[in-house]
Design a protein around this ligand. Structure first.
Ligand code: IPE
Ligand code: IPE
Ligand code: MG
Length: 250
């Protein structure tokens, strides 16, 4: 078993790096409030941290890093905040694209992009296109994503295929259902191995409900803008010490 010693004196086993890590990046608003700043200042700081954590994850050998950036429920926030969050991808790719390229990172998005403003959608599609030949980690943004919406849309797609005589009811199994979810683009890595949620909340908030059936979960009290590469190493270490049984006995 190859072990690599990280900066914070933690030995990570190279053979057991979680392939797909999903993060609920929570606590931006509280981070700003603590400093007497407007909530959006927390989102800006959170955006900068996305780059830091993505580069660390890619160096550690993570295959897919999914970041929950905007949920289908976040539309219910005040419009000034929603508008700011919708513009963040434009800033993010505008500033960090060269570093993503240098790190061979490939951008993906999982979410209902049809419903996001055109300019934002186009920027995301452009980033996906510009990084399509990169062969390193997939940085997957869950943007306008909701677990229930994902399951409902998959159901509709399957029903439509039955109506068109492309499928019969008995064809529906877990594998077929998974293939009709938005995460299908992640191919063999659609289900997260590890979920990390920052900010101390211990809930899923409509994230990948189907995909997380057997995901290991870690809830950290740290607010997302403060979550550091050392924290990521610690969480992967915790993951490596979990016993994933998948319902079996060892
Ligand atoms: C997470 O931070 C980012 C998004 C939901 C877009 P929050 O904005 O939820 O921050 P808190 O939870 O209010 O502190
Ligand atoms: C979850 O955080 C969504 C994202 C991080 C994008 P929220 O802050 O929206 O979740 P709740 O409201 O605390 O459940
Ligand atoms: Mg929150």
């Amino acid at each position: 078993m190859t072990q690599i010693l990280e900066d914070n004196n933690i030995k990570l086993s190279q053979d057991n790096i979680p392939s797909h890590i999903a993060v609920i990046m929570d606590g931006n608003g509280r981070w700003a409030k603590k400093r007497g700043l407007p909530r959006v200042a927390g989102h800006k700081e959170g955006m900068n941290n996305v780059k830091t954590i993505a580069i660390k994850a890619s160096k550690l050998g993570v295959k897919v890093l999914t970041l929950y950036a905007f949920s289908t429920e976040n539309w219910g926030r005040p419009s000034t905040e929603v508008n700011f969050l919708m513009k963040l991808p434009i800033d993010f790719f505008g500033v960090f694209m060269p570093e993503l390229m240098q790190n061979n990172i490939r951008v993906f998005a999982t979410g209902i992009l049809d419903d996001v403003p055109e300019k934002t959608r186009n920027i995301i599609i452009k980033a996906i296109d510009e990084t399509k030949n990169n062969t390193g980690m997939i940085l997957n943004f869950a943007f306008n994503y909701g677990g229930r919406a994902d399951i409902l849309e998959a159901t509709k797609r399957i029903v439509k295929k039955i109506q068109n005589d492309e499928l019969v009811i008995d064809d529906i199994d877990e594998s077929l259902f998974s293939k009709n979810l938005l995460t299908n683009t992640l191919k063999g890595f659609s289900d997260p191995d590890l979920l990390i949620r920052t900010s101390g909340e211990t809930r899923i908030s409509n994230f990948m409900l189907w995909q997380m059936a057997y995901t290991e979960m870690i809830f950290e009290d740290i607010l997302w803008p403060d979550y550091s590469p050392e924290n990521l190493v610690e969480d992967i270490y915790k993951f490596q010490n979990r016993d994933r049984r998948f319902g079996k006995l060892n």
